[in-house]
Design a binder for this molecule. Sequence first.
Ligand SMILES: *Cc1c(COP(=O)(O)O)cnc(C)c1O
Length: 239
Amino acid sequence: MGIKENLKDIKNKINAAEKRAGRKTDSVKLVAVSKYHTVDDVYKAIEAGQFLFGENRVQEAGKKFLEIKEKYKNVELHLLGVLQSNKVKNAVKIADCIESVDRIEILEEIEKQCAKIDKKIKVFFELHTGEDSKSGYKTEDLLLESIKACADGRFPHVIPCGLMTMAPFTNDEKLIRDSFRALQNLSKKIDKKYPQFDMKELSMGMSGDYEIAVEEGATIVRIGTAIFGERVYSKNEKA
Ligand SMILES: *Cc1c(COP(=O)(O)O)cnc(C)c1O
């Protein structure tokens, strides 16, 4: 199947999961994760009506999406990968949203770089909920500290939009659901404590587990392989 057919198939499955969970049709947004895939593949997705994309690495994102965003003004890019401080300057230039905020120091750098170019940027706070992934805040308390800093007005160029997580890579559906539920619970806590923020977005679910994520309340799923096929890494790289 091609990219267009894959997108259609995924949307049908998302709609079915929405229905099972008693949720409104099209309440879930799809981020097409194009890392390691070509600009041509991205254009194929755009032709099929997909305008929201995700990339992991700042350099790759810049190389591909400067051109793409020049051509298509309504393309939106989310950054999903662990962000190093020295990459933030370029990250805030190319991205509309950073989903992988995982420490207060990175918020400080995002604020500094956004202030320089007078841009406000959407962010998600990533919670570590799956044993295998190394990314995200290690505890809820650390994550909450960062949100408190936002509430204290320390990062005026940062717009907190929600939470992100990666479930463990396992066939054990219960573990996957536990991970998504942990994010949902934290989201409710934050909503109560910080009503001034509109932090309702829950970014969870990838190619292998997005239907479960939709059942558990995801508002955004991030899907790469099921749209574009397997990624090919060179020898000295990994995901
Ligand atoms: C690569 C990646 C995805 C997409 O993964 P697939 O399994 O290919 O769908 C989603 N989220 C994050 C954070 C990623 O790094």
